[in-house]
Design a protein around this ligand. Sequence first.
Ligand code: HEC
Ligand SMILES: [Cu+2]
Length: 341
Amino acid sequence: MRLTLIQRGCRLSLLTVPFVSPLAHADPPLGYFLHSAGPAATPTMHLGWGLTAMSVAVVAIIAVLLAGALVRRRPAAAPRALGKEGGGMEWIYTGVGVSTLALLVSLFYTLVTLQAVAQPSAAPGMTITVTAYDWWWKIEYGDDADPSRHFVTANEIHIPVGVPVRIELRSADVIHAFWVPHLAGKTQAIPGQVNTQWIQADAPGVYRGQCTQFCGPQHAHMAFDVVAQPQADFDAWRDVQVAQASAPVDGQVRTGQKLFMDRCAGCHTIRGSDAAGVQAPDLTHVGSRGQLAAGTLTNTPEHLLDWVQHAQQIKPDSLMPSFTLNMQDAAALSAYLATLH
Ligand code: HEC
Ligand SMILES: [Cu+2]
């Protein structure tokens, strides 16, 4: 039997549905939007579920009516025009009426939801500035009381649990969008403009975020993590991040640092050293982060060295060049990078 493409597609999707759903349960990268972990995301999640239920109901009602029409087939007769005399107009009125009502209800529900997530119930406990770059995120923590505690990090945002946090969103190049499905809806980062949103996590955990505005070839590799911690752990993390990198004591580490100053410092900053480049992630505490290159690699010493030598193969077109290093240089650079924790 020959099947049309559409028939094949239908069969395929029917076949795959039962297999996809358990998989989707295992570790859905962004399936998280079906669950929420904080008050900025909960109303949106309910809206999502509600609209899904409504859509499923519409499909079910149409299927039942269609099946009924097929079963109660009229005896073959000359086709009659649909009109007042022919009857059936009440179905049109009912259909249009019910659809209009359903659309009005969903419009109202959407407006109520937008209002519910517009502002946190309490004033935000802190503000974090996030600047999107092709293809990574710069994260800045200010401190009004003590400007010396201002620091910069990348691709990993830490927040205390249970506290609303204001996010100030900027872009250094093109339009990006900031989305942590578990914690809030998405907001665009637009060059020359500051957009704000807020996030809050009610339970400790690592929540995955992702750029959701196509921004170039490595858009998919522009992820980040939000790490929600109890206040004491957050404070400890912050104290570590504020600190400058310690000066190398070991001979090999010193060689590594010199290499870094020659080849990497033009783009990267390491606070406490002469490296003060601003167009790439701050590496002062790169070892404290879970991922490298915006969620592209897990952060291990092997991946770190691999990244430095093969950035262009791992993340083609990224603004980080690949470096050719001999064995000694690689070992020295590795030893120095290992001190940045
Ligand atoms: C021309 C500028 C430039 C130079 C020079 C450069 N980098 Fe980078 N580097 C970048 C950019 C841009 C990124 C972000 C890439 C991305 O994720 O898309 C990056 C990312 C990284 C990261 C990952 C940081 C993170 O938190 O994800 C490490 C580690 C790193 N570079 C190390 C080095 C080392 C070591 C050198 C010198 C051998 C070096 N870089 C030289 C631009 C540069
Ligand atoms: Cu993007």
